[in-house]
Design a binder for this molecule. Structure first.
Ligand code: SAH
Length: 346
């Protein structure tokens, strides 16, 4: 096993069956520890002891889609909906800038109430006030023309997880109206427009198999994204997947480590979902190859409402408090949170 890990470390690639063996390593085994150690070493070669932060602003929990796993799906009438105004969003970025954020991620449901013009205005104004910051959008599937307009307004990056690279699996997670082909068309458009692109998938999503995971890794090799976000699937009680099993902590950690070895330069977030299934989850992610954290900058009164899954962590921490907790976690494992846009190393 050690040889396989060394091979992946050196060559960034191994065959499918070797990959399966690494993915299936036993929790807390010697081999798993070795995998984590090599991933950490690779992370430090490229990014030293730096941890990059992104201020996450959850724009709106209105969504026109009905992804079967997501708590803010359109048909969920039991939740209170909110939408931030342009001024509220700008206030979040002003406060975030003071706290040391140099990247803002605007994420939300697919809320048709924001026109392309609105999104462009918001992006333009953030870039005008903070020209040293990167603006990342994560507002779902749009047309080429919309993506182009956002880019021209100054957006630097776009996060859109592919969710799963296997069409039959994609169809099990999404309503018939949504298509695998459109999701992948979006990612291709974003790349061709020159965005720094982030993609990824949920670990342990319902019906996911080892073959699906391997296909996800192969798909990512083709796409070559700058950022890869993965986190455990967590059920939400008001969705069709309410009774499905949550994604596994160690499987997520092994996949982060494998991603670090396959994609040495990638930005790999240690996600809120990971931090939500274990009190030390986020720190563990940083200890096995992740190098990005996205603390929540949304106003406290709406933060509780952006519930894409149950038991979401950090919903009550003030942004400044959130940063303090994170700095401490980073220090505990010998890393430091830096004030930086945190672009991917080429
Ligand atoms: N509407 C945007 C943002 C979605 S939220 C978009 O379509 O990209 C960001 C990510 O959260 C999703 O891509 C999905 O992978 C993840 N997510 C959604 N529901 C989840 C759940 N129940 N458990 C874990 N992750 C979830």
């Amino acid at each position: 096993m050690k040889e396989l890990i060394d091979k992946l470390y050196k060559e960034r690639n191994i065959e499918n069956n070797a990959l399966c063996q690494l993915i299936a390593l036993a929790d807390n085994s010697q081999q798993e520890l070795y995998l984590f150690e090599k991933a950490r070493q690779k992370k430090e070669e490229i990014y030293q002891d730096k941890i990059y932060i992104r201020g996450l602003i959850e724009l709106s929990n209105y969504c026109k889609n009905n992804c079967l796993y997501c708590g803010i799906r359109a048909v969920n009438t039991s939740i209170e909906r909110y939408r931030l105004s342009k001024e509220q969003i700008l206030d979040c970025t002003r406060y975030g800038y003071e706290l040391g954020f140099r990247t803002f991620v605007l994420q939300g449901g697919e809320d048709p109430a924001y026109s392309d013009q609105d999104i462009c205005d918001i992006v333009r104004q953030i870039k005008e006030e903070h020209p040293d910051c990167a603006v990342t959008l994560s507002i779902g599937e749009k047309t080429y023309e919309s993506y182009k307009a956002y880019k021209e307004a100054g957006a630097d990056r776009y996060l859109l997880r592919h969710e799963t690279a296997t069409e039959s699996h994609y169809q099990m997670l999404h309503p018939e109206k949504m298509s695998f082909k459109n999701r992948q068309r979006c990612l291709a458009d974003l790349k061709s427009l020159g965005y720094q692109v982030g993609s990824g998938f949920m670990v342990g999503s319902p019906f996911q198999t080892m073959e699906h995971i391997v296909a996800d890794l192969r798909y990512l090799q083709q796409l070559e994204p700058d950022m890869i976000g993965i986190g455990p699937f967590i059920p939400h009680h008001q969705t069709p997947f309410a009774d499905k099993k949550q994604g596994d902590l160690h499987l997520t950690l092994r996949l982060i480590a494998i991603l670090r070895l396959m994609f040495p330069n990638a930005l790999l977030p240690s996600t809120t979902a990971l931090g939500s299934i274990h009190p030390e989850g986020r720190k563990m992610g940083l200890g096995c190859g992740a190098n990005v954290v996205m603390p929540n900058l949304s106003p406290l009164d709406v933060r509780n409402l952006y519930k894409i899954y149950d038991n979401k962590a950090y919903v009550n921490a003030e942004a400044a408090e959130g940063i303090a907790i994170l700095k401490k976690e980073a220090e505990e494992i010998g890393y430091k949170v830096v004030i930086d846009r945190g672009d991917a190393k080429k």
